[in-house]
Design a protein around this ligand. Structure first.
Ligand SMILES: [Zn+2]
Length: 460
């Protein structure tokens, strides 16, 4: 849609945190912004495009490593742990270059769009060429990801990750980067900051209408305590998101405690890295005082339940975190599957398995995590809501599919969150433009035909 152009849609049913569940909702937009949301409208098909099904704010995939998509299926035949899986992941990381990563990420982001994702938080750490040699443009890989999101029609927050060391020794010393890890590293926090600066963000971290910049600390395994404040201070200067992997694995906690006599959450708090713009990714193995620290700072927690199950990480304490004040978000992380409805219901189902009781989260809480709160955590507070003035980003899910048919209209949101799959997404509008229409990607066309060669190009 060009500047000043107006469009209107009539949603059979629409839900957002502010709207609740309403029928016959007329959504009007001018250029990329919503100008009006009117429930119980009698607008005709002559003035508005009909959207049968349930329309809700676009989904925010708050934690992604796009290249991990290549590992889907190929790691499932093997036994092992997170750490053996990581060796296979490093092999794929070693084969990436700006050209093949552009093709792969475009296809993966197109798959996300088909699943209703309008915004991705890309936690990006494969920065440099083989052996750590910078490309002519040291941000060539990051720029490829930004371009991939543009081609796939979705928004991106490039969470550029600082990754300086290969792990922690029990005596607190940092192990050097080795092998593929050399591609992830900058010399120190200052070198990381100056490389990120070269991406050219404006004073608020914006990189244009579809892209924003954010900061990431890969983990306390990969960034020494002396360098953590450099990343935190840089994020504070621009007021941008600051994400970090936190306590995904028991082994990470053990190494951190042995090295620093503190948990990962405590180390990050000491460095000034926790606050309302922060996101702790996973936060699976927390102490009660870790929960108080994270939630007390109003730090978001990004749960990635399908990845956490796939990698045998464990079940995070979602309800306790939310009760204490941490807003929850969702990510498909390693892309074992890309389906935010599956991520959402697994937060509730994980609590049920752990507690042997039902009913910990409402569908509305889980839907907000998948959309409104996720956008806020990625630095897009004006997306993720169906309201005048917000960005015109929304998704429509079929209510007549084999998975969703038959539910009463009053239970449409519960039906979607607990029963729908990514295959039920019919339409996705981003910035007032059609990205998915009738279940087909408008820009990329045949997404499987884009995925297959792109994945084949990075597998051995
Ligand atoms: Zn991750």
């Amino acid at each position: 849609m060009t500047a000043g152009q107006t469009r209107a849609w009539l949603a059979e049913l629409a839900w957002s945190p502010a709207l609740g569940l309403r029928r016959d909702v007329l959504i009007e937009a001018s250029a990329d912004r919503i100008t009006g949301v009117v429930p119980d409208s009698s607008a005709s098909a002559l003035v508005a495009t009909r959207l049968p099904g349930l329309t809700m704010p676009g989904l925010a995939n708050a934690h992604s490593h796009a290249f991990h998509r290549a590992l889907r299926g190929v790691t499932e035949a093997a036994r092992g742990t997170f750490w053996t899986w990581r060796e296979r992941m490093y092999e794929v990381a070693g084969r990436l270059d700006p050209g093949n990563y552009l093709a792969l990420a475009t296809a993966v982001y197109a798959e996300m769009a088909l699943a209703g994702v309008s915004c991705v938080g890309e936690f990006h750490y494969v920065h440099h060429g083989p052996h750590g040699t910078p490309y002519a443009d040291p941000n060539e890989m990051g720029r490829a990801l930004i371009e991939a999101a543009r081609r796939a029609g979705i928004r991106i927050t490039l969470l550029d990750a600082c990754y300086l060391s290969g792990g922690l020794s029990a005596d607190g010393s940092q192990q050097p980067l080795e092998g593929t890890q050399l591609r992830f590293g900058d010399a120190d926090g200052a070198a990381w900051a100056s490389r990120v600066e070269a991406l050219g963000p404006d004073a608020t971290g914006s990189l244009g209408s579809h892209a924003r910049l954010g900061a990431a600390i890969h983990s306390v395994r990969a960034v020494p305590p002396t360098q953590l404040p450099v990343v935190a201070v840089w994020s504070h200067r621009y007021g941008v998101p600051l994400h970090a992997h936190v306590s995904e694995q028991v082994a990470e906690n053990r190494a951190c405690l042995a090295a620093y006599r503190a948990t990962p959450a405590e180390v990050l708090a000491e460095a000034g890295a926790l606050g309302p713009r922060s996101t702790a990714v996973h936060a699976t193995h927390l102490t009660d005082s870790d929960i108080e620290l994270l939630a007390g700072s109003r730090c978001h927690v990004c749960m990635c339940p399908t990845t956490e199950a796939d990698l045998a990480d464990g079940i995070g304490r979602a309800r306790a975190l939310a009760d204490e004040g941490s807003p929850l978000t969702l990510g498909s992380d390693s892309h074992a599957v890309i389906d935010l409805f599956e991520e959402a219901r697994r937060v509730e189902l994980g609590e049920r398995l752990a507690s042997q009781e039902r009913g910990h989260f409402t569908a509305a809480e889980l839907a907000a995590a998948a959309s409104t709160i996720g956008h806020a955590s990625l630095g897009w507070p004006d997306a993720g809501e169906l309201a005048a003035g917000g960005l015109a980003d929304f998704v429509t899910i079929a209510l007549d599919s084999p998975r969703t048919a038959g539910a009463p209209r009053t239970a449409a949101l519960e039906s979607v969150i607990f029963g729908a799959s990514a295959a039920d997404v019919q339409n996705l509008v981003v910035g007032g433009l059609d990205v998915v229409s009738g279940g087909r990607h408008v820009l990329v066309g045949d997404v499987p035909a884009a995925l297959a060669p792109a994945i084949g190009g990075v597998l051995c």
